[in-house]
Design a protein around this ligand. Structure first.
Ligand code: ATP
Ligand code: MG
Length: 269
C-alpha cells in the first residue's frame, strides 16, 4: 500500500493544552479518509499542521512524501485545502477570484483560466462565472471555494467540513464531486459531523476524541463492532465517544478563562 500521508507521534499544544495528543496514522494513496470526532477533538488542528498552516509542537508527518516541517513549500505544492472558513473576495466575480488565487499560486494565466472554467463547469457554477461572489448563496460560494482549492491539481485534498451549512441539494452535489475526485485518484481527507456522509464516502475512518485517535478502520468493520441490527456509523461514533457534549473552549486558553465567573457547577435552568 502506497502511503500519501504518514503521521508519527504528532502533538500540538496551545499554552500547555494538548489539542492534538501524540497521534499516528497513515492514509493510503487514492483513498477517502474520513476524519471524525466531536467538537474540539483536534480535527482542524491536525489538518492545519498537515497543510503547513501551523507547526507541530512535536512529532513528524509526511504529506506526498514531503516533511511538513522541513519541506513545507513542497507540501503546499501537492495539496488543496478547503478550510472551515470560505475565503473569497466578494467584490470579485467567481472567475476573477479563481484568476486571483491562480496568480497567488504562480500558475500561468491561460492554464488558470482553463482549469477554473473546467472546475466551475464540473461544479455546475459555469453560468455564474462572471457574477460577483458577494451575491452568492453559501452553497455557491463553497463550490467556487472548492474550485479554488483544485486550481493547482493537488494530489491530496483536505476538506474540512465542506458541506457545513449547505442545503441537501448542494451537499449532495459536493458529495458526488468528492466521489468524482476519488475516481480520478485524488486522495481526500474529509472531516464532517454528518455520519451518513462519512459512511457513504470514506474508505477508512479515523475517530479522534480529546486529541487522541480512538478508532481507525473501514466503515464496515467499525459497524460490525456494534451488537445490534443494522448498526450505523452514528452508533459507532456515540459508542466510542460517549453521549456527553464537549466544551467549546478549553480552560487553559487564556481568552476562555473569564468563563470561571460562571463557576464550574453553574447550570442553565
Ligand atoms: N489557535 C488556538 N489557540 C488555542 N486553542 C486552540 C487553537 N486552535 C484550536 N484550539 C483548541 O484546540 C482544540 C481542538 O480544536 P480543533 O479546532 O482542532 O477541533 P475540531 O475537532 O476541528 O472541532 P470542530 O468539530 O468543532 O471543528 C479545541 O479545544 C480548541 O479550542
Ligand atoms: Mg474543526
Amino acid at each position: 500500500m502506497e502511503k500519501i500521508i504518514e503521521v508519527n507521534n504528532l502533538v500540538k499544544e496551545f499554552n500547555g493544552f494538548r489539542a492534538v495528543d501524540n497521534i499516528s496514522f497513515s492514509v493510503a494513496k487514492g483513498e477517502v479518509f474520513g476524519f471524525l470526532g466531536p467538537n474540539g477533538a483536534g480535527k482542524s488542528t491536525t489538518i492545519r499542521m498537515l497543510t503547513t498552516l501551523i507547526r507541530p509542537t512535536s512529532g513528524q508527518a509526511k504529506v506526498a512524501g514531503y516533511d511538513i516541517a522541513t519541506q513545507a513549500a513542497k507540501v503546499r505544492e501537492q495539496i488543496g485545502l478547503v478550510a472551515e472558513k470560505i475565503i473569497l473576495y466578494d467584490r470579485l466575480t467567481a472567475l476573477e477570484n479563481l484568476m486571483f488565487f491562480g496568480s497567488l499560486y504562480h500558475l500561468p494565466r491561460k492554464e488558470t483560466k482553463e482549469r477554473a472554467i473546467n472546475w466551475l463547469k464540473t461544479l455546475e457554477m459555469e453560468k455564474w462565472a462572471n457574477k460577483l461572489t458577494g451575491t452568492f448563496s453559501t452553497g455557491m460560494k463553497q463550490r467556487v471555494n472548492i474550485a479554488r482549492a483544485l486550481l493547482t491539481k493537488p494530489e491530496v485534498m483536505f476538506l474540512d467540513e465542506p458541506t457545513l451549512g449547505l442545503d441537501p441539494q448542494t451537499s449532495r452535489s459536493i458529495r458526488d464531486f468528492i466521489k468524482e475526485l476519488h475516481a480520478q485518484g485524488v486522495s481526500v481527507i474529509l472531516t464532517t459531523h454528518i455520519m451518513p456522509e462519512a459512511d457513504e464516502l470514506s474508505d477508512t475512518i479515523a475517530i479522534i476524541d480529546r486529541g487522541k485517535i480512538i478508532a481507525l478502520d473501514t466503515p464496515t468493520n467499525l459497524k460490525a463492532r456494534i451488537q445490534k441490527e443494522k448498526p450505523t456509523l452514528e452508533d459507532v461514533f456515540l459508542e466510542l465517544t460517549g453521549h456527553d457534549m464537549r466544551e467549546e473552549t478549553h480552560e487553559n486558553i487564556p481568552s476562555a478563562r473569564g468563563r470561571h465567573f460562571l463557576g464550574s457547577k453553574s447550570r442553565i435552568r
